[in-house]
Design a protein around this ligand. Structure first.
Ligand code: ADP
Length: 317
């Protein structure tokens, strides 16, 4: 199956959602235009209440949009709802698994729901890939939390959709399972599955995602390649480790607003292109600091996130 025009797995235009029977509730999505390139691992970030779940639930066909268009793998949700639904699998946040089904039964049920003929089902193959082959016939209630979560991933893949959405997949998950889930997501992506995930862990988004969109109060405030997004901030930090510990930053440097880190290093923020780290270093030396070591630090996604959501707040007044 080919993705939609322009190689996008997902395309939304003017997507709006207003909750409430008469549509008088707040607007959870305020006209979102978003493209998710086929083949990417795409991160959807945003503070609580930003509209991430609403967006994902509309894609999954669980929430009805108020306006706009949604194309999944080239299929317009309003024109080809069945094809649009068949092209996407969603791993929910909650562990909602029927305790009396075995993983094999749960997979078969799910495939049946999507009308996948028996001959085209890959139940054991998919269970094997999430490390549950030996649990295929165990009752779900006997599975550990980690196994249940892997079963949810397997269920979302039962109809072999080209697009997989994971809603906060690692919230409250221990490190070992988190690493296993990520390895599995990377593996699926290498096999051609487009992955969309929401996460609160910025570090994780930075490590996992090729491209990131940031939602804030129902509007998109950024959408870019991860490296471009991080590079967008020109704030850098010069970190100087003094040979002898300082009790306070030298008063001669007060105009640079330096700070003293818990490990004794002196940190000076500067803007790329407006200040030169070597000139700053000369100033530090001239202030009598004997320099042991020097480094510069790039901003991380957390800094970008804060700057963008703050900027959006200021723009909204
Ligand atoms: P996120 O997933 O980013 O935390 P949500 O999509 O859950 O954001 O919520 C976006 C906004 O829509 C919030 O203001 C939330 O209160 C509201 N909202 C979400 N679901 C409903 C609902 N079923 N009924 C009414 N309002 C809702």
């Amino acid at each position: 199956m080919e993705p939609g025009s322009g190689g996008n797995a997902i395309e939304t235009r003017g997507l709006r959602k207003r909750y409430g029977r008469d549509g008088t509730g707040g607007e959870a999505l305020k006209g979102v235009d978003l493209d998710v390139p086929a083949g990417s691992i795409f991160g959807l970030l945003g503070p609580n209440g930003a509209g991430k779940s609403t967006f994902i639930n509309i894609l999954a066909g669980l929430v009805v949009k108020s306006a706009g268009t949604v194309r999944i793998w080239g299929f317009d949700q309003d024109v080809n709802p069945r094809n649009a639904r068949a092209a996407i699998g969603v791993v929910p946040q909650e562990l909602n698994i029927d305790p009396f089904f075995t993983p094999r039964e749960a997979m078969e049920w799910q495939a049946g729901l999507y009308g996948v003929p028996k001959s085209r089902r890959r139940t054991m193959d998919i269970l094997g890939r999430v490390g549950l082959a030996d649990k295929a016939d165990a009752y779900a209630r006997t599975l550990s939390g980690g196994m249940k979560r892997r079963l949810l991933v397997a269920k979302a893949l039962a109809h072999r959709p080209p697009v997989l959405v994971l809603d906060e997949p690692t919230a409250g998950v221990d490190i070992e399972l988190r690493q296993m889930l990520w390895a599995y997501v990377r593996d699926l992506n290498a096999q051609g599955v487009t992955v969309i995930l929401t996460t609160h862990y910025l570090e994780e988004a930075q490590a996992m995602c090729d491209r990131i969109a940031i939602l804030h109060r129902g509007a998109l405030v950024a959408c870019d390649d991860t490296s471009a997004l991080v590079g967008r901030l020109d704030a850098k930090t010069l970190v100087i480790r003094p040979r002898a510990p300082l009790s306070a930053p030298p008063p001669e440097l007060a105009d640079l607003a330096p700070s003293l880190r818990p490990d004794g290093a002196l940190a000076i923020g500067y803007r790329r292109g407006r200040a030169d780290p070597l000139t700053l270093l000369d100033r530090v030396r001239a202030a009598g600091v004997a320099v042991e070591d020097v480094a510069t630090e790039e901003p991380d996604l957390e800094d970008v996130f804060l700057a963008l959501t703050r900027g959006a707040e200021a723009a909204a007044g």
